[in-house]
Design a protein around this ligand. Structure first.
Ligand SMILES: Nc1ncnc2c1ncn2[C@@H]1O[C@H](COP(=O)(O)OP(=O)(O)OP(=O)(O)O)[C@@H](O)[C@H]1O
Length: 243
Protein backbone atom coordinates (compact mmCIF):
# COMPACT_ATOMS: atom_id res chain seq x y z
CA UNK A 1 0.00 0.00 0.00
CA UNK A 2 1.32 3.45 -0.92
CA UNK A 3 0.38 6.54 1.05
CA UNK A 4 2.09 8.67 -1.57
CA UNK A 5 2.57 7.57 -5.13
CA UNK A 6 4.21 9.83 -7.71
CA UNK A 7 4.81 8.89 -11.31
CA UNK A 8 6.92 11.10 -13.57
CA UNK A 9 5.81 14.23 -11.76
CA UNK A 10 7.31 17.30 -13.46
CA UNK A 11 6.96 21.03 -12.91
CA UNK A 12 8.09 23.70 -15.37
CA UNK A 13 8.64 27.26 -14.18
CA UNK A 14 10.18 30.15 -16.04
CA UNK A 15 10.83 27.77 -18.98
CA UNK A 16 12.88 25.43 -16.74
CA UNK A 17 12.00 22.02 -15.25
CA UNK A 18 12.18 22.64 -11.51
CA UNK A 19 10.93 19.08 -10.94
CA UNK A 20 11.96 16.49 -13.48
CA UNK A 21 10.05 13.21 -13.69
CA UNK A 22 9.90 12.44 -9.97
CA UNK A 23 8.74 8.89 -9.29
CA UNK A 24 8.42 7.50 -5.76
CA UNK A 25 6.18 5.61 -3.36
CA UNK A 26 5.92 6.02 0.40
CA UNK A 27 4.55 3.14 2.47
CA UNK A 28 3.27 3.08 6.07
CA UNK A 29 6.22 2.84 8.45
CA UNK A 30 8.55 5.06 6.42
CA UNK A 31 10.06 8.32 7.61
CA UNK A 32 11.50 9.80 4.45
CA UNK A 33 13.93 12.71 4.56
CA UNK A 34 13.91 14.77 1.37
CA UNK A 35 17.35 16.37 1.14
CA UNK A 36 19.07 18.58 -1.40
CA UNK A 37 20.65 22.02 -1.67
CA UNK A 38 18.74 25.32 -1.83
CA UNK A 39 16.64 25.51 -4.98
CA UNK A 40 16.96 21.75 -5.69
CA UNK A 41 13.19 21.27 -5.89
CA UNK A 42 12.19 19.88 -2.47
CA UNK A 43 9.28 22.29 -1.88
CA UNK A 44 8.29 21.95 -5.52
CA UNK A 45 8.06 18.16 -5.16
CA UNK A 46 5.95 18.36 -1.99
CA UNK A 47 3.63 21.06 -3.35
CA UNK A 48 3.19 19.36 -6.72
CA UNK A 49 2.49 16.05 -4.95
CA UNK A 50 -0.33 17.77 -3.05
CA UNK A 51 -1.72 19.37 -6.21
CA UNK A 52 -0.95 22.88 -4.89
CA UNK A 53 0.98 23.80 -8.04
CA UNK A 54 0.46 22.81 -11.63
CA UNK A 55 2.37 19.69 -12.64
CA UNK A 56 2.55 17.06 -15.34
CA UNK A 57 2.53 13.36 -14.45
CA UNK A 58 0.68 11.65 -11.65
CA UNK A 59 0.23 12.03 -7.92
CA UNK A 60 -2.35 9.99 -6.00
CA UNK A 61 -3.00 12.98 -3.67
CA UNK A 62 -3.35 15.63 -6.38
CA UNK A 63 -6.27 13.63 -7.81
CA UNK A 64 -8.31 13.92 -4.60
CA UNK A 65 -10.82 16.61 -3.63
CA UNK A 66 -9.45 19.06 -1.03
CA UNK A 67 -11.61 17.42 1.68
CA UNK A 68 -10.41 13.90 0.80
CA UNK A 69 -6.82 15.12 0.59
CA UNK A 70 -7.04 16.65 4.09
CA UNK A 71 -8.04 13.19 5.38
CA UNK A 72 -5.19 11.49 3.50
CA UNK A 73 -2.33 13.85 4.29
CA UNK A 74 -1.46 16.66 6.69
CA UNK A 75 0.64 19.45 5.17
CA UNK A 76 3.08 21.66 7.02
CA UNK A 77 4.31 24.38 4.64
CA UNK A 78 7.64 26.18 5.00
CA UNK A 79 6.12 29.56 6.02
CA UNK A 80 5.68 29.54 9.80
CA UNK A 81 4.33 32.91 10.83
CA UNK A 82 0.99 32.96 12.63
CA UNK A 83 -0.91 36.22 12.05
CA UNK A 84 -4.00 35.55 14.15
CA UNK A 85 -4.00 35.91 18.00
CA UNK A 86 -5.94 32.66 18.47
CA UNK A 87 -5.21 30.61 21.64
CA UNK A 88 -2.72 27.83 20.97
CA UNK A 89 -5.16 24.99 21.80
CA UNK A 90 -7.82 26.47 19.48
CA UNK A 91 -5.29 26.74 16.68
CA UNK A 92 -4.26 23.10 17.04
CA UNK A 93 -7.94 22.09 17.38
CA UNK A 94 -8.66 23.49 13.91
CA UNK A 95 -7.37 20.08 12.80
CA UNK A 96 -10.25 18.42 14.72
CA UNK A 97 -13.26 20.64 13.90
CA UNK A 98 -12.36 23.03 16.71
CA UNK A 99 -12.64 20.39 19.47
CA UNK A 100 -9.96 21.38 21.99
CA UNK A 101 -10.82 18.28 24.08
CA UNK A 102 -10.17 15.85 21.21
CA UNK A 103 -7.51 13.30 22.24
CA UNK A 104 -5.56 14.02 19.03
CA UNK A 105 -5.31 17.70 20.03
CA UNK A 106 -4.14 16.94 23.55
CA UNK A 107 -1.66 14.32 22.32
CA UNK A 108 -0.26 16.67 19.65
CA UNK A 109 0.25 19.52 22.16
CA UNK A 110 1.99 17.12 24.51
CA UNK A 111 4.17 15.63 21.78
CA UNK A 112 5.37 19.09 20.77
CA UNK A 113 5.93 20.12 24.40
CA UNK A 114 3.28 22.86 24.05
CA UNK A 115 0.63 21.75 26.59
CA UNK A 116 1.71 24.54 28.94
CA UNK A 117 1.03 27.13 26.22
CA UNK A 118 -2.57 26.03 25.49
CA UNK A 119 -4.26 29.31 26.44
CA UNK A 120 -1.57 31.69 25.14
CA UNK A 121 -2.38 33.74 22.00
CA UNK A 122 -0.36 32.06 19.25
CA UNK A 123 0.99 35.43 18.10
CA UNK A 124 2.66 35.94 21.50
CA UNK A 125 4.92 32.90 21.03
CA UNK A 126 8.52 32.97 19.88
CA UNK A 127 9.34 31.90 16.33
CA UNK A 128 10.38 28.39 17.39
CA UNK A 129 7.32 28.01 19.63
CA UNK A 130 5.07 29.05 16.73
CA UNK A 131 6.79 26.45 14.55
CA UNK A 132 6.09 23.79 17.19
CA UNK A 133 2.40 24.78 17.37
CA UNK A 134 2.08 24.41 13.63
CA UNK A 135 3.71 20.97 13.79
CA UNK A 136 1.21 20.12 16.56
CA UNK A 137 -1.69 21.18 14.34
CA UNK A 138 -0.41 18.93 11.54
CA UNK A 139 -0.01 16.02 14.01
CA UNK A 140 -3.54 16.62 15.38
CA UNK A 141 -4.95 16.05 11.90
CA UNK A 142 -4.05 12.37 12.54
CA UNK A 143 -3.72 11.48 8.87
CA UNK A 144 -2.05 8.39 7.39
CA UNK A 145 0.61 10.65 5.82
CA UNK A 146 2.41 13.75 7.13
CA UNK A 147 4.18 15.98 4.61
CA UNK A 148 6.37 18.73 6.04
CA UNK A 149 8.59 21.35 4.44
CA UNK A 150 11.59 22.02 6.69
CA UNK A 151 9.65 21.23 9.89
CA UNK A 152 12.61 21.57 12.26
CA UNK A 153 14.05 24.82 10.86
CA UNK A 154 14.32 27.40 13.65
CA UNK A 155 13.89 24.91 16.50
CA UNK A 156 16.47 24.56 19.28
CA UNK A 157 18.50 21.31 19.32
CA UNK A 158 16.31 19.59 21.92
CA UNK A 159 13.10 20.34 20.02
CA UNK A 160 14.70 19.45 16.69
CA UNK A 161 15.60 16.03 18.08
CA UNK A 162 12.22 15.74 19.84
CA UNK A 163 10.36 16.54 16.61
CA UNK A 164 12.45 14.09 14.60
CA UNK A 165 11.80 11.42 17.26
CA UNK A 166 8.07 12.19 17.06
CA UNK A 167 8.10 11.74 13.28
CA UNK A 168 10.03 8.48 13.67
CA UNK A 169 7.49 7.29 16.28
CA UNK A 170 4.60 8.18 13.97
CA UNK A 171 6.23 6.10 11.24
CA UNK A 172 6.79 3.22 13.68
CA UNK A 173 3.07 3.45 14.56
CA UNK A 174 2.23 2.88 10.87
CA UNK A 175 1.96 6.40 9.48
CA UNK A 176 4.13 7.67 6.65
CA UNK A 177 6.17 10.85 6.97
CA UNK A 178 8.05 12.83 4.33
CA UNK A 179 9.95 15.93 5.43
CA UNK A 180 12.39 18.18 3.63
CA UNK A 181 15.46 18.67 5.79
CA UNK A 182 18.71 20.61 5.65
CA UNK A 183 20.36 19.06 8.68
CA UNK A 184 22.06 15.98 7.26
CA UNK A 185 23.01 14.75 10.74
CA UNK A 186 19.38 14.71 11.90
CA UNK A 187 18.29 13.18 8.60
CA UNK A 188 20.89 10.41 8.90
CA UNK A 189 20.03 9.71 12.52
CA UNK A 190 16.23 9.60 12.40
CA UNK A 191 14.96 8.88 8.87
CA UNK A 192 14.36 5.34 7.66
CA UNK A 193 15.00 6.47 4.09
CA UNK A 194 16.55 9.46 2.32
CA UNK A 195 15.63 10.83 -1.10
CA UNK A 196 18.19 13.19 -2.57
CA UNK A 197 17.08 15.80 -5.07
CA UNK A 198 19.41 17.89 -7.21
CA UNK A 199 18.44 20.27 -10.02
CA UNK A 200 14.87 18.94 -9.90
CA UNK A 201 15.85 15.29 -10.24
CA UNK A 202 15.85 12.46 -7.72
CA UNK A 203 19.49 11.35 -7.77
CA UNK A 204 19.53 8.89 -4.84
CA UNK A 205 16.94 6.99 -2.82
CA UNK A 206 17.75 4.50 -0.07
CA UNK A 207 18.66 4.06 3.58
CA UNK A 208 20.88 6.80 5.10
CA UNK A 209 23.83 4.37 5.01
CA UNK A 210 23.29 3.70 1.31
CA UNK A 211 22.72 7.30 0.30
CA UNK A 212 25.17 9.33 2.39
CA UNK A 213 28.54 8.80 0.76
CA UNK A 214 31.45 11.22 0.58
CA UNK A 215 31.08 11.21 -3.22
CA UNK A 216 27.37 12.10 -3.18
CA UNK A 217 27.83 14.82 -0.57
CA UNK A 218 30.63 16.34 -2.64
CA UNK A 219 28.74 16.14 -5.90
CA UNK A 220 25.28 17.24 -4.77
CA UNK A 221 26.00 19.51 -1.80
CA UNK A 222 29.54 20.67 -2.67
CA UNK A 223 30.77 19.84 0.82
CA UNK A 224 33.49 17.64 2.20
CA UNK A 225 32.21 15.57 5.11
CA UNK A 226 33.51 13.12 7.62
CA UNK A 227 31.24 10.07 7.85
CA UNK A 228 31.44 7.75 10.84
CA UNK A 229 29.64 4.45 11.22
CA UNK A 230 28.28 3.95 14.72
CA UNK A 231 25.77 1.66 16.40
CA UNK A 232 23.33 4.60 16.18
CA UNK A 233 23.78 4.84 12.41
CA UNK A 234 25.93 7.00 10.22
CA UNK A 235 27.14 10.29 11.73
CA UNK A 236 27.69 13.14 9.26
CA UNK A 237 30.15 15.88 10.10
CA UNK A 238 30.31 18.57 7.37
CA UNK A 239 33.90 19.91 7.26
CA UNK A 240 34.22 22.41 4.43
CA UNK A 241 32.68 23.77 1.27
CA UNK A 242 34.21 22.53 -1.97
CA UNK A 243 34.69 25.47 -4.31
N1 LIG B 1 7.53 31.00 -9.83
C1 LIG B 1 8.75 30.57 -10.16
N2 LIG B 1 9.34 30.92 -11.34
C2 LIG B 1 10.57 30.48 -11.68
N3 LIG B 1 11.29 29.66 -10.89
C3 LIG B 1 10.77 29.29 -9.72
C4 LIG B 1 9.48 29.73 -9.29
N4 LIG B 1 9.23 29.18 -8.07
C5 LIG B 1 10.34 28.45 -7.75
N5 LIG B 1 11.25 28.51 -8.73
C6 LIG B 1 12.57 27.86 -8.75
O1 LIG B 1 12.38 26.46 -8.62
C7 LIG B 1 13.54 25.88 -8.02
C8 LIG B 1 13.12 24.92 -6.94
O2 LIG B 1 12.61 25.67 -5.84
P1 LIG B 1 12.16 24.95 -4.49
O3 LIG B 1 11.49 25.98 -3.66
O4 LIG B 1 11.41 23.72 -4.81
O5 LIG B 1 13.58 24.55 -3.87
P2 LIG B 1 13.93 23.88 -2.47
O6 LIG B 1 14.71 22.64 -2.77
O7 LIG B 1 12.71 23.72 -1.66
O8 LIG B 1 14.90 24.97 -1.88
P3 LIG B 1 15.19 25.58 -0.39
O9 LIG B 1 16.06 24.56 0.29
O10 LIG B 1 15.92 26.82 -0.71
O11 LIG B 1 13.87 25.81 0.28
C9 LIG B 1 14.39 27.05 -7.53
O12 LIG B 1 15.48 27.23 -8.43
C10 LIG B 1 13.45 28.24 -7.59
O13 LIG B 1 14.15 29.46 -7.85
Amino acid sequence: MSLLSLRDLSVTRGGRKTLDHATLDIAPGEFVGLIGPNGAGKSTLLRAALGLIEAEGESNLAKLTPAARAKAAAWLPQAREIAWPIPVADLVALAQDGDTEAPQVKAALKRMDMAGFATRPATSLSGGEQARVLIARALAQDTPLLMADEPVAGLDPAHQIGSMQTFAELAAEGHGVIASLHDLGLAARHCTRLIVISHGRIVADGTPREVLTEELLAEVFAIRCHLTETADGVIVQPLEQIR
